[in-house]
Design a protein around this ligand. Structure first.
Ligand code: HEM
Length: 486
């Protein structure tokens, strides 16, 4: 079967690679104060953006990477005509904090945008996000050294912000631990879709059509995603590709996509206290093994990454990236990995409700995202069930998708927040679905499928609070150049 190869030199690199060797990064949320000055800068610096080709070609790997994404307000500020702005999808146009989307995403109570640090209506408007990464090439996996490289590069860019017409509103420094663990102590970023045509190979069940993550390629429905086309002519249109769908219009989306960013504060102490309390010995002492097991059931993997579907009884101990498994063969009844676990909800793989294996895989592939999360806050030491950070810690949740509504929002709203799911009645996702003051009288539980009867862990605590977020457009390198001409 013919596979369309991706135009790697035209795709910003962070979509294709996680830059895992760059342990330190800074995400800078900015406003454009002078559109003309900014476009002048963009007319040169589109060439400085790290492309996916850069990363494939080892000789070109530099110690720093730079990528950029724009909000709808940002594209408007650049001067994109209203007719062209209206060609973007409704979710992107409305943004993350419209009342409808807040309801959908469960952003209420403490997570209400009224309490956010950035991205909400009371915060200063964000036009773009600069993503700055650094890696010290002399040492391997040294966070402090990577930090110096990243921040040196940032300062260099910062010294010209003013003359380039942009000002920082807010920034978050994002780190990656060498063992890739997030703050609750679980290895993260293991399961990712493989984009067809990207040159990466792997299990065919993970290979997903490029159009799920990039405009200008066919998606899992066999059609081109709903790309923003130029309706009213402006700028140097020779820089844009024609619409692959054949309309004859120019495509501003081609080789670009949307990126979702959410600052998710994690209450690590609450998380482990709850697990310890729910699994304690009859004499009241902590049962570490049981607490770890319950944690693994919440997530779907042991702390070292091994999937509980394949290792149901104990953590095999060694760091694991095992991802080659399905549920229909190994765990149809949820007796190993509960239906309510974070893993099984956010990607049910070959076992979606009562659908057969083939249909399930097809459905799952229509709701996949590429995750690029990074940690914020101090990394701290502690035993696995007793992690007590000193300050605020959390995850900068970042994901790429061509259809925010069918991919990210569907995962959050339908598969994670909704308390009713396969064989579940009052069970939201135990990590990302629990709300502080859920509807009156609504319990929030976690069901462990078991024989002869299921077990229920009652009154789940809310361990994640949203502190900021926005939807961004992540243009291709050519489109960045085009934007400098409008
Ligand atoms: C602080 C918040 C979060 C934490 C601590 C967290 C943690 C984890 C961990 C430890 C894994 C297992 C590692 C892996 O399979 O790669 C995982 C997987 C995953 N998470 Fe999250 N996550 C968070 C937020 C989210 C959000 C907001 C979404 C989407 C709405 C999400 C979607 C996923 C998906 C799709 C997978 C992979 C499932 C699979 O393919 O098997 N996560 N997460």
């Amino acid at each position: 079967m013919h596979t369309t190869m991706l135009e790697l030199e035209n795709i910003q690199g962070y979509l294709i690679r996680g830059y895992a060797h760059m342990l330190y990064s800074r995400f800078v949320y900015m406003q454009i104060s002078d559109a003309e000055a900014f476009k002048k800068w963009l007319s040169k610096s589109w060439q400085d953006m790290t492309s996916a080709r850069h990363i494939h070609d080892k000789s070109k790997i530099s110690p720093t990477h730079l990528n950029i994404a724009f909000t709808h307000d940002g594209l408007a500020k650049l001067g994109l005509h209203k007719e062209n702005l209206d060609a973007f999808s409704r979710e992107f146009r409305q943004g993350m904090v419209s009342p409808h989307r807040s309801r959908l995403l469960g952003d209420s109570d403490e997570s209400n945008p009224e309490n956010w640090n950035w991205g909400a209506n009371h915060n200063e408007k964000i036009h773009l996000c600069l993503m700055v990464f650094g890696n010290d090439k002399s040492g391997r996996d040294d966070l402090e050294k990577d930090k110096i490289v990243c921040l040196d590069y940032y300062r260099q860019l910062e010294s010209e912000f003013k003359q380039n017409g942009i000002e920082p509103i807010f920034y978050i420094d994002g780190q990656t631990q060498p063992d890739n663990k997030e703050h609750f102590g679980f290895r993260d970023g293991i399961s990712q879709p493989i984009i067809e045509g990207s040159g990466r190979v792997g299990d065919k069940d993970d290979v997903v059509k490029a159009g799920e993550f990039l405009f200008g390629y066919k998606n899992e429905f066999g059609v081109y995603p709903d790309t923003p086309l130029i309706v009213k002519e402006q700028g140097n249109l020779n820089l844009l590709s024609p619409d692959a769908g054949g309309s004859g219009q120019k495509d501003i989306g081609k080789d670009g996509t949307f990126v979702v960013m959410r600052q998710l504060k994690q209450d690590v102490t609450k998380f482990w206290s709850f697990l310890n309390e729910s699994s304690k010995n009859p004499d009241g002492s902590i049962n570490v093994a049981e607490s770890l097991k319950l944690g693994a059931r919440f997530v779907g993997r042991w702390q070292n990454g091994a999937p509980i579907t394949l290792f149901p009884d104990a953590d095999p101990g060694t760091t694991s990236d095992v991802n080659d498994f399905g549920y229909s063969k190994f765990d149809k009844d949820g007796l190993k990995c509960p239906f309510g676990s974070h893993l099984r909800r956010t990607n049910p793989r070959d076992n979606v409700d009562d659908h057969g294996k083939k249909e399930s895989l097809k459905l799952s592939k229509q709701h996949r995202i590429i995750r690029r999360a990074r940690l914020y806050g101090e990394i701290y030491e502690g035993s696995p069930t007793n992690l007590t950070p000193t300050g605020e810690v959390g995850l900068i949740f970042i994901c790429f998708n061509a259809d925010i509504s069918r991919q990210f929002e569907f995962l959050q709203y339908t598969w994670s927040n909704l308390p009713k799911n396969k064989e579940l009645y009052n069970d939201p996702d135990p990590i990302i679905g629990v709300r502080a003051n859920a509807e009156q009288g609504e319990e929030q539980n976690f069901t462990i499928q078991d024989l002869p009867v299921n077990r229920t862990i009652k009154n789940l605590p809310q361990v994640i609070t949203v502190k900021g977020g926005a939807y961004f457009f992540f243009p291709s390198i050519n489109v960045l150049r085009y934007l400098s001409t409008i």
